[in-house]
Ligand binder design. Structure first.
Ligand SMILES: [Fe+2]
Length: 254
């Protein structure tokens, strides 16, 4: 199964007279054009879709995402507003229309996809409270033999000096690792938030953090080579090859 991942686009409203508004929109537009050429089975968007959680930002985001051919699965980041995101993407049948959390399961693909909500209003750090712990454990217990991919905004582990103590409570990050380690059908965890590329083993599976699509916010990438070129990820997962990730640098003419 081929999955494209985008993250941390931090889209601003069209009316905002700020160079970053045009730049970030252009980064996403170019990624979408290239993703369509790659023909992935699904596109996963790991949050911080917009900058301030405002309806006019989500309106702009929808315009930019409209050309996307593949099915799109979103989770929110700390910059998102779950209510505004729900309103803007009310036609996305996988998104729960009510309830406290924007988490859900997608059963339509070779891999089972599980979206985990690590946000809480007014909280910059990740949250994985007991209610979410119980939900994820029940979801994963439901189909223990089906290969599964998880996605979430906040990575539940530290990244060098750049991202330390990223969860509201350390025990909540530890609880996520504990749940995942008890379900060996989990093939991986895709994250955003840090704007920095990381690949590591975690909780008995593979974890990936991708850099921000917004190039003005990106960290940890060789900027002498590719300052102007947005990056998204292509993840290929199969029983034969395992979990293979490629960073796609998108040309201006894409
Ligand atoms: Fe972000």
């Amino acid at each position: 199964m081929l999955i494209a991942q985008i993250s941390d686009t931090h889209i601003l409203a069209r009316a905002l007279d700020h160079p970053a508004a045009k730049l970030r929109a252009d980064c996403l537009r170019r990624c979408i054009a290239d993703i369509n050429q790659q023909r992935p089975d699904a596109v996963i968007f790991t949050g911080d879709t917009v900058q301030h959680g405002q309806p006019e930002e989500y309106a702009r985001l929808r315009e930019l995402l409209a050309p996307l051919d593949a099915p799109l699965y979103l989770v929110s980041g700390n910059r998102d507003d779950n209510g505004a995101l729900r309103s803007a993407f009310g036609d996305h049948s996988n998104l729960p229309g009510n309830g406290d959390f924007l988490h859900y399961v997608v059963e339509d693909h070779e891999l089972r996809l599980v979206a985990i909500d690590s946000t809480s209003p007014g909280e910059r750090k990740g949250v994985f409270c007991p209610a979410r712990q119980a939900w994820l454990d029940a979801v994963l217990s439901d189909q223990p033999d089906r290969p599964t991919l998880l996605f979430i905004h906040h990575p539940p582990f530290d990244v060098g000096d750049h991202y330390v103590g990223g969860y509201r409570r350390p025990e909540e990050a530890a609880a996520l690792a504990d749940v995942v380690s008890r379900h060996p059908q989990v093939r991986g965890l895709l994250c955003g938030h840090v704007h920095w590329p990381v690949e590591r083993q975690w909780a008995g599976t593979e974890a990936r953090i991708m850099p921000s699509v917004a190039v003005d916010l990106r960290k940890g990438v060789d900027e002498t080579e590719a300052r102007e070129r947005p990056i998204y990820m292509l993840h290929r997962l199969s029983e034969e090859t395992g979990f293979v990730s490629q960073a796609r640098r998108v040309d201006a003419e894409a």
